[in-house]
Design a protein around this ligand. Structure first.
Ligand code: CAO
Length: 440
C-alpha cells in the first residue's frame, strides 16, 4: 500500500480556515469521500472527504490549527485498486455549490509534513471562576501559545480583547495595550467605559443566583455577534413598516401545490418575496448601493444578489442567491430550499455567502407581528418579514377578511432617505398584493 498525502482543497474563497475536528483515529479505515477533517471558516464549516480509500496513517494537523489551500492534512495508506479514483491536485474540483462537501486534493507521499506553527490556537483546559486565569471562553479565541502564556502571566482574559492581527488574531501588543488601558483607568478591572466611550456591561457572577454552566460560543455565533455589533454601531438605522395583502398570492401558491410536488420543490411565500425585492431593487437602484470606506463615494451595483437569513443550530447563516433578476419563482424556490438545507447541514461554502446586495430575514414560519432587522453592512437595506395574519381590512364600504403580511424595512440613512424607502417598500407591497406584476 502506497501512502498518499491529502491536502486542503479549494476553499471556495476562504484564505485560511481552522481545523475544528479530526474525524478519525489513526489506523481507522476510510472510504472514498469519507470525512477526514472538518474545517471552519468565519462563516461555514466543511468536511474534507478523502479522495482515496485506505487507512489513516497519521494526521498532519491538529484541532485548532489554521490551514490554507494546499496544506497537507493527513497521510492515507491507499488500498489496492483505490489509486485510480484519486485525482491529482491540479484537477481537484473547484467549489460547487450543488455538492455538500469539498473533495480533497491529493499529492505524492513525499510532500513534507507541515511545520508546527507557533501561532495556532491551542485549546486550553477549561478553568472556571478563578482570578488571574483565562476564562472558559479563552479556549476558543484566536491567539498563539506565546500570547496565551503572556495573558496568563498578566491575568488577562483573552476573550475580552479585540485582536489586531490578521483575521483578528490577538497579538502580544493587544495584550499589553489592554493591560495599559486597564491600569490607566485604575478601577480594578471594572472599566467605566469600553471602546469608543460605550459604557461596559458589568460582569455578574450568575452562579450566586442559581446553577449555571459556561458554554463556549461557536465561531459562527462569535462572528455574527461581532458583525451585528459593528453594524449596529456604524449604520444609522431607520425602520419603516407596512403590511402586504397576500390573500391572492396565497390562493395562487396553494394552487401550485400539485406542480410543486411534481417538481420536487417546496414553494413558500419567501420565493415571491425575494422576487418582489429583486424587482424593487432594479427599479429603486438607490437600495443597490454601498458606501465606500471614507464615506466620500458609493458603489452602484448593476447586479441583483439577495441574501437570505437562515436560522441554524450553529447560528445565523446568510447564503446569497445570485442574479435573482434572471430567476423565475420556481428557480428561486428551489434555491431557497437548497441553501436552507445546506446552511442547516453546515455545508455552505464561504463563496455561497458573499456578494449580497440586500438581505431578507423571514421569521414568517416562526411567528411574531414584527421586528426591526439590523442592516447587513455594507448593504444598504434589509427586509424583515413576520407571520401573515387574517385581518379585517376596510375596502371603503365594509371590512373584508384579508391575509396581511407584516414587513419591516431597515436601511442605512446615510445612503437612503425616507422618501426612497417609502417608494421601495410600497412597491414591494404592491407586487405582493397583486402578483400579476411579479410576472411582468
Ligand atoms: N407567514 C405565514 N406563514 C409563512 C410565512 C409567513 N410570512 N413564511 C413562510 N410561511 C410558512 C410557509 O407557507 C410554509 O408552510 P406550508 O408548508 O404550510 O406552506 C412554512 O412556513 C415554511 O417554513 P420554512 O421555514 O420551512 O420555509 P420558508 O421558505 O418560509 O423559509 C427560511 C426559509 C430559510 C427563510 C427559514 O426557514 C428561516 O430560517 N427563517 C429564519 C430567518 C432568521 O433567523 N431571521 C432572523 C435573522 S436576525 O437574527
Amino acid at each position: 500500500m502506497a501512502n498518499r498525502t491529502v491536502v486542503v482543497p479549494d476553499l471556495g474563497g476562504a484564505e485560511t480556515v481552522d481545523v475544528i475536528e479530526l474525524s478519525l483515529a489513526v489506523g481507522d479505515s476510510i472510504d472514498i469521500e469519507g470525512s477526514l477533517v472538518v474545517l471552519e471558516s468565519d462563516k461555514a464549516t466543511m468536511d474534507v472527504p478523502s479522495p482515496v480509500a485506505g487507512e489513516l496513517v497519521s494526521y498532519l494537523v491538529a484541532e485548532g490549527d489554521s490551514v490554507k489551500v494546499g496544506d497537507p492534512i493527513a497521510e492515507v495508506a491507499v488500498s489496492t485498486g483505490s489509486e485510480s479514483e484519486a485525482e491529482p491536485a491540479e484537477e481537484a474540483p473547484k467549489e460547487d455549490v450543488t455538492t455538500l462537501s469539498t473533495p480533497a486534493a491529493v499529492t505524492e507521499a513525499e510532500q513534507p509534513a507541515p511545520e508546527v506553527k507557533p501561532d495556532h490556537a491551542m485549546p486550553n483546559p477549561v478553568i472556571d471562576s478563578a482570578e488571574a486565569v483565562p476564562s472558559a471562553l479563552d479556549t476558543d479565541v484566536y491567539a498563539g501559545p506565546a500570547v496565551r502564556l503572556l495573558a496568563r502571566e498578566l491575568g488577562v482574559t483573552l476573550s475580552e480583547i479585540d485582536g489586531s492581527g490578521p483575521r483578528g488574531r490577538i497579538i502580544k501588543d493587544d495584550v499589553n495595550n489592554f493591560v495599559k488601558h486597564r491600569l490607566t483607568q485604575g478601577s480594578a478591572g471594572q472599566p467605566a467605559v469600553s471602546g469608543a466611550g460605550i459604557p461596559a456591561v458589568p460582569a455578574v457572577d450568575f452562579a450566586q443566583f442559581g446553577p449555571v454552566e459556561t458554554v463556549t460560543m461557536t465561531k459562527i455565533q462569535k462572528v455574527t455577534a461581532a458583525n451585528m455589533h459593528r453594524n449596529w454601531l456604524n449604520v444609522p438605522h431607520v425602520t419603516q413598516f407596512d403590511d402586504a395583502d397576500i390573500t391572492d398570492l396565497e390562493v395562487f401558491r396553494k394552487n401550485l401545490k400539485a406542480e410543486a410536488e411534481r417538481r420536487g420543490i417546496k414553494i413558500s411565500p419567501v420565493a415571491f418575496i425575494i422576487k418582489a425585492i429583486a424587482i424593487a431593487l432594479q427599479e429603486n437602484p438607490v437600495f443597490n448601493r454601498s458606501l465606500l470606506p471614507g464615506g466620500e463615494s458609493l458603489v452602484q451595483k448593476h447586479y441583483v444578489n439577495i441574501g437570505m437569513a437562515v436560522d441554524t443550530e450553529r447560528g445565523l447563516m446568510v447564503p446569497v442567491l445570485r442574479n435573482v433578476d434572471n430567476m423565475g419563482i420556481w428557480d428561486i424556490a428551489a434555491a431557497v430550499g437548497d441553501f436552507a438545507a445546506k446552511a442547516r447541514a453546515g455545508k455552505l461554502m464561504p463563496a455561497d455567502m458573499q456578494g449580497g446586495c440586500f438581505t431578507l430575514s423571514s421569521l414568517g414560519a416562526i411567528g411574531g407581528n414584527g421586528f426591526t432587522p439590523i442592516v447587513n453592512a455594507p448593504e444598504a437595506g434589509i427586509l424583515g418579514v413576520s407571520k401573515s395574519q387574517m385581518k379585517p381590512v376596510w375596502d371603503g364600504d365594509e371590512f373584508q377578511p384579508r391575509l396581511m403580511l407584516p414587513m419591516a424595512l431597515s436601511y442605512d440613512h446615510r445612503l437612503i432617505n425616507g422618501g426612497d424607502a417609502g417608494k421601495f417598500l410600497t412597491q414591494i407591497v404592491r407586487l405582493l398584493s397583486d402578483i400579476r406584476h411579479l410576472a411582468l
